[in-house]
Design a protein around this ligand. Structure first.
Ligand code: UVW
Length: 333
């Protein structure tokens, strides 16, 4: 039995194969990587991750900073442990890590929805390419709430060679910290002004200035809500959806919290699809989303030189079954 006979409107399910789990990342070909390598002209690198314990004041109650503990064995904690000879020291640790707390990739198993994929007139809970909730993406199970994405887990991305052309659009330079929902027309105007060209196989990197606000908030130690500050894509703009589909980009990455504006999810009467860019990218098109990246220094360097393209190397953890992953992306210019 095929997993689906109906595919959602505006989706590319099946275009990369009936069992595909990589979506648009398939457009990141060896040829596109070779073109990207030519952008590493100076050999200067930028680390595009926040410290993973930030934000210390979580942006979402279900996403907490990591906690570190000593690893244990039958003799107790393996931490600052003096070995038998009295000379050697050993530390092993373990970590409780919320994979989507800080700088992260969303896997294609991060957002799905109810859709009648098998054509029986009843909607199933499915993810990209019709993979089923509770079967292909299993859990939570038992008292420990165990989970495992047997399909679409983040390890599929880890094995995809996540290295290509990063293309930055500096929305902060155009709009400042205004909490603006950026339409296709806004985006194309800024790209035109900044001389940005996006090609199939590119990682679209949107700089909004959110990282700076987050770090300032941390320095002040306050819990002021900042979710709706700075630019974010306007999920209500159908023209923007079509541009994303036509562009051939493999991922959208940003320093902001969710790539898209949160007006629908925060509205008193939210519509059924409350995160339309997530729905388009993760569920329908298989476009990966990278959130809460640290882009400030790279953005300033590129802006000063009127450059916008760089070599991006951004593999997630090869953590089988996980639906998201922290990462330490590197830009080389
Ligand atoms: C939001 O927090 C709304 O987005 P994500 O779940 O992708 O982090």
């Amino acid at each position: 039995m095929p997993r689906w006979v109906n595919r959602p409107e505006g989706s590319n399910w099946g275009d990369f194969g009936e069992d595909d789990q990589l979506g648009r990342m398939n457009l990141l070909t060896p040829e596109r990587r070779r073109v990207a390598l030519a952008e590493a002209r100076e050999g200067i690198t930028f680390t595009l991750s926040l410290p993973l314990n930030l934000p210390t004041i979580p942006l979402s109650p279900s996403r907490q900073p990591p906690s570190l503990y000593a690893a244990q064995d039958e003799q107790g904690s393996v931490f600052n442990r003096v070995d038998e000879g009295g000379e050697e020291l050993t530390c092993d640790d373990r970590v409780t890590l919320h994979t989507q707390h800080s700088t992260q990739w969303d896997s294609l198993a991060h957002r799905g929805r109810a859709f009648d994929a098998d054509g029986d007139g009843v909607a199933e809970l499915v993810y990209y390419n019709g993979f089923r909730a509770n079967e292909d993406v299993a859990g939570p199970l038992g008292a420990t709430h165990e989970t495992h994405a047997h399909a679409l887990g983040i390890e599929t991305l880890a094995m995809a060679g996540v290295q290509g052309r990063g293309v930055m659009v500096n929305l902060e330079a155009a709009f400042g910290n205004e909490g603006r929902a950026v339409t296709r027309d806004d985006l194309l105007r800024v790209m035109d002004e900044q001389g940005v060209e996006v090609l199939p196989g590119d990682f679209l990197v949107l700089y909004t200035g959110f990282d700076k606000l987050l770090l300032e908030r941390e320095a002040r130690g306050d819990s002021a809500p900042i979710h709706t500050m700075c630019c974010a894509l306007d999920g209500k703009d159908e023209a923007l959806h079509q541009w994303i589909i036509d562009s051939g980009i493999v991922a959208i990455c940003s320093d902001n919290v969710a790539i898209e504006a949160l007006d629908l999810i925060l509205s008193p009467e939210p519509p059924p699809i409350r995160l339309p860019i997530h729905d388009l990218c993760l569920f329908r098109q298989g476009i990966f989303l990278g959130e809460l990246w640290y882009l400030e220094q790279l953005a300033a360097w590129l802006l000063e030189r009127r450059r916008h393209v760089f070599l991006l190397t951004a593999p997630p953890l090869r953590l089988p079954g996980s639906v998201g992953s922290p990462l330490t992306p590197i830009a080389t210019v």
